[in-house]
Design a protein around this ligand. Structure first.
Ligand code: AMP
Ligand code: MG
Length: 342
């Protein structure tokens, strides 16, 4: 087996295990088993459990590799959260028998704070708010080498497999390897199919997807763009990187993330985009920021060089970016328009 196949098999195994743990937690605890972090965002038993099982497996198979991930165990170890820690350890034990609370915390803390030439980026639950609401969420894992995403795996346990039959089986596993295409299987790893983006050439035929949370992107500017390019269909609002999967399989023509007016200087995090971006690109799509700059996965956890996100079928990328320029008040002063494709 070559190295990239081994990486993919390991990533699929890790993400499937994490998704299965998350679904067990969701079925058993629903919205219980969570607390607010210092930044006021929620974290759940499932976020910690997912990070523990993924980090443990990656470290076991690739001992030299760095893993950059969203959570750490500092809050979990506090006396106030003892019950949550007990629950995390109990769920992890269903997948890794005989693991102690100490083991679980140490696996969570395998995460590093800084990027390297080669590293894994993990969001153990992307869209925690969606998870708590019973909506969409994703487990997203990517391997990055010299700033390029080489592999991405993303589980969306609640996403319908086929848009024409949304009431039928749910649970998608997306995966992509650079240069080898983008694929979707069901959550158990069966029924694989090749993904490709929409062929829409006329902007008025386009459909788009965006976050549910109005604090995460600017819905008003999105609506202004839709009016400007004559999109008549309402947007598909969805939590998490599942939106990248929706574009990859041609269900939406593009995914737009103009920074929200409440936090216009927010810097996106690498684990929120790494896995999704390769899945969309390998399906024939294009991913950039709003100034047509490639996403920056090499500078650190925060994507300092980027402003907003556009994921499209490629064909309409330039048209959308151009239409956006007059709607976005002014590009931030440290991000000049030079070098962009618009
Ligand atoms: P979504 O489900 O697409 O709305 O995105 C969820 C992600 O948004 C979370 O993983 C957060 O890391 C990220 N996030 C948190 N605050 C902001 C913000 N002000 N702007 C954009 N993204 C944010
Ligand atoms: Mg996230």
């Amino acid at each position: 087996m070559d190295e990239s196949s081994f990486e993919m098999i390991t990533a699929l195994e890790a993400v499937k295990m994490a998704a299965s743990l998350c679904e067990k937690v969701r079925r058993d605890l629903g919205g219980r088993g969570s607390f607010l972090k210092q930044d006021r965002s929620p974290v759940t038993v499932a976020d910690f459990g997912s990070q523990a099982v993924v980090c443990r497996l990656i470290r076991k198979k690739f001992p030299a590799d760095i893993i950059v991930a969203e959570e750490d165990s500092a809050e979990l170890r506090k006396p106030d959260h003892l019950r949550i820690l007990d629950q995390v350890a109990s769920y992890v034990n269903e997948f890794v028998p005989d693991s102690s609370k100490g083991d679980v915390c140490s696996w969570i803390d395998l995460r590093s704070h800084s990027v390297a030439d080669r590293f894994w980026a993990l969001d153990p639950i992307d869209g925690t708010k969606g998870f708590l609401r019973g909506d969409q969420y994703a487990v997203a894992l990517a391997l990055i080498e010299y700033g390029t995403v080489r592999l991405g795996v993303m589980a969306c346990p609640h996403l319908y497999l086929d848009r024409d039959h949304p009431g039928e089986k749910r649970g998608c596993l997306f995966y992509a390897l650079r240069g080898k295409g983008s694929f979707q299987m069901d959550i158990d790893g069966r029924d694989g199919r090749i993904l490709s983006v929409s062929k829409a050439e006329d902007p008025s035929e386009a459909t788009f997807t965006e976050s549910i949370d109005p604090e995460h992107s600017n819905h008003l500017i999105h609506q202004g763009l839709a009016r400007k390019i004559n999109i008549s269909k309402p947007s598909l609002r969805m939590d998490s990187q599942a939106k990248y999967g929706i574009v990859a399989r041609g269900e939406a023509t593009f995914y737009l993330r103009v920074p929200s007016s409440s936090e216009p200087d927010y810097k996106e995090k690498i684990w929120d985009h790494a896995a999704g971006s390769i899945i969309a690109e390998e399906a024939g799509g294009k991913v950039s920021d709003l100034l047509d700059h490639p996403l920056d996965f090499s500078s650190g956890i925060r994507m300092e060089k980027n402003h907003g996100i556009l994921v499209s079928n490629g064909i309409l990328h330039g048209v959308i970016l151009e239409a956006l320029q007059s709607l976005i008040p002014h590009p931030p002063p440290d991000l000049p328009l030079e070098g962009g494709g618009v």
